[in-house]
Every structure is written in structure tokens, then in C-alpha cells.
Design a protein around this ligand. Structure first.
Ligand SMILES: [Zn+2]
Length: 326
């Protein structure tokens, strides 16, 4: 009896601290999402907005180039901004975790580059090489090191209707990720976004976070590649920034899905739509309606799933829009 009371006490303590691991993926308890609709005129919970330009956390000077880093360590699933300046620098790039990352020019402000870390990257120290090319044909490389640290990920149990069983096989998961990987493999060396940065595609409550270790119906273990946002069916979905539509169509898990290429390895994805309002190859403006919220693909109810990939790695989309990026 005493053991039972201790166990019950522990359970209550867990619930009180919010440590329960079962999260709703979406609006499972309200199939039409109406429970979560805000009354007219209500103010939504604080939504992520972009930070002002931060001071660099470190500076390194070479012979002809200067490098500023805007991060101390890089958590799994996060990005890091690097700035290269110097007289006569005409190009810059980084080599980090098996990848060459081209930097983008900003008028009168040198070159900026976005490092990215996969959510499953082993936490340890990695070499970072920054290379600059100069007008006279010379190049210079600075060798630095970056600590990749563990990301802040939770665990979730998700239950979806048994008739969506075929969407719970590891093969379906792998095939879709491979398809996305091939879309993200292209790095367009044109910056489509502008100095105002990226925005939330829907101004509504964030529910299920990026990177979560998910177990579907006690069978499939996977990772959450984006954020879920509560929303009612038919809510317009806005492009997070300007770019070019590189995918608009059906996918098994993501349902009606749109991918926008924002240039320099940055892609945003918008899933589970009921209607898609754009086509492949189309250029979109920041804030343009690209479709509406639906319930297509692997869902347990209407909701919106939004994700961002940088240099072929899924990154935390909310952290991404919070970051100051020129
Ligand atoms: Zn999701």
C-alpha cells in the first residue's frame, strides 16, 4: 500500500511539473479545430519574432580577412551565422561537417553564411574552415573549431487513426525523407529573402515542437522535422519569405505539400494543406497565401506542419525566424 501511495505521489508530482510525455500532435480532440479557434478580437499567445541584430560573440582576424561568429556553440538542429569582411573580398565560403557552404553578399557589409547542424549530429567539437577569395585571385583560409551540443528535444506519443496504418512503416518514412533530401540538395546562389527576414506562416498557437522523439501508435519511432501549429480548416497559409516554389503536390506523410527555395540552401516546407494555391516554378512574395490548412497525409486531425531545412538539414523553424539573419 505504501509503495502504491509513493508511486501515485510521484505520478502527481510529474503531472504537476508538466513532465508528462504525451502531447497532442494537433487538434485530435477537436476534429474541426474549433476548440482552438481564437474568439474574434482575442490576442494570440506571444509568437516568435525576429531578434534585433546581436553583437558578434567572437571575432577572428586573418591576414586579409576578418571573421565574426554570432554563436558560441551550435545545438543540434540549430543554425549559426558567420560574417566575413575584408578589403577586396569577392567571395567567401565555409567547410563544416562534410559540407561546403557558399556565403551570400550583403551590399557594403561583406559576406554572410549559415552553418547548420543536423538534429542527430553527434555532440562534439568539429573543425570549421572559413575561406575567402580576393580580387587578385589569392585565397585565405581560417581554421576554427565549433562545439556541437545536445538540442532541447522532448519525447511524444502520437496516436493516429488505424486506417492510416500504411503511413506508419519505416519504408514510407525513409522514401519521403529521401525525396525531400533530393529537393534540398540544390543550393541556389541567389538570396530571395530580404532584410526583414522570415515570418510565421500562420499567426496561431504553436503546439508540437521541432525535433521531438515521436512514437506513433506505439510502433514507429521517428523525429519531428518541423513545428505543428493549431489552426482551423481553411486558414490561409503564408510564405515565410520570398522565394521560388520547388514542390507543390501530394506526399504520403506530408499530404498536400509546398516547398519554397529561399536561396543559399534555405528551404521552407508547408504540410497537410487542403488546397494548394501555387505551382512549381512560381515565384512567391513574403506573406503571399500559398494554400490553406487541411488534414491531408499522416495527421490525427486538421493542423498545420511547418518546417525549415538549411544546407540539407532540418533545423528548428521557430529558432530560425527568431534569429537575426541579414
Ligand atoms: Zn508536424
Amino acid at each position: 500500500m505504501k509503495k502504491l501511495i509513493v508511486a501515485l505521489g510521484l505520478l502527481l508530482a510529474l503531472l504537476a511539473t508538466g513532465a508528462a510525455v504525451s502531447f497532442a500532435q494537433d487538434t485530435a480532440e477537436s476534429p474541426d479545430g474549433s476548440l482552438d479557434a481564437l474568439p474574434p478580437g482575442a490576442t494570440p499567445a506571444p509568437l516568435p519574432t525576429r531578434e534585433p541584430r546581436p553583437a558578434p560573440t567572437s571575432r577572428v582576424s586573418g591576414e586579409r580577412m576578418q571573421v565574426e561568429l554570432f554563436f558560441q556553440t551550435l545545438p543540434q538542429g540549430d543554425i549559426g551565422l558567420v560574417h566575413v569582411t575584408g578589403d577586396d573580398v569577392i567571395e567567401a565560403s565555409a567547410h563544416f561537417i562534410e559540407r561546403r557552404i557558399p556565403f551570400y553578399p550583403i551590399e557594403n557589409d561583406g559576406f554572410y553564411g549559415l552553418l547548420s547542424v543536423d538534429m542527430e549530429q553527434i555532440p562534439r567539437r568539429y573543425p570549421l574552415e572559413i575561406e575567402a577569395g580576393f580580387e587578385d585571385g589569392a585565397t585565405e583560409t581560417l581554421s576554427l573549431e565549433v562545439d556541437v551540443v545536445t538540442g532541447p528535444f522532448i519525447a511524444q506519443d502520437v496516436t493516429i487513426s488505424p486506417d492510416k496504418g500504411p503511413l506508419l512503416t519505416p519504408d514510407t518514412e525513409r522514401a519521403e525523407l529521401a525525396r525531400l533530401e533530393s529537393i534540398f540538395a540544390t543550393t541556389t546562389t541567389e538570396r530571395y529573402w530580404d532584410e526583414t527576414g522570415f515570418q510565421m506562416p500562420i499567426l496561431s498557437r504553436l503546439t508540437s515542437p521541432f525535433g521531438a522523439f515521436r512514437t506513433f501508435n506505439n510502433t514507429l519511432n521517428t523525429r519531428h522535422t518541423g513545428w505543428d501549429i493549431r489552426s482551423t480548416l481553411g486558414t490561409p497559409i503564408l510564405a515565410s519569405a520570398a522565394g521560388k516554389v520547388v514542390y507543390a503536390g501530394m506526399m504520403d506523410i506530408r499530404g498536400n505539400y509546398v516547398v519554397i527555395d529561399h536561396g543559399y540552401g534555405v528551404y521552407s516546407g508547408y504540410a497537410h494543406m487542403s488546397q494548394v494555391h501555387v505551382t512549381r516554378g512560381q515565384t512567391v512574395a513574403k506573406g503571399q497565401v500559398i494554400g490553406v490548412v487541411g488534414n491531408t497525409g499522416r495527421t490525427s486531425g486538421p493542423h498545420f506542419h511547418w518546417e525549415i531545412a538549411v544546407n540539407g538539414e532540418w533545423v528548428d523553424a521557430v529558432r530560425f525566424i527568431e534569429r537575426w539573419i541579414p
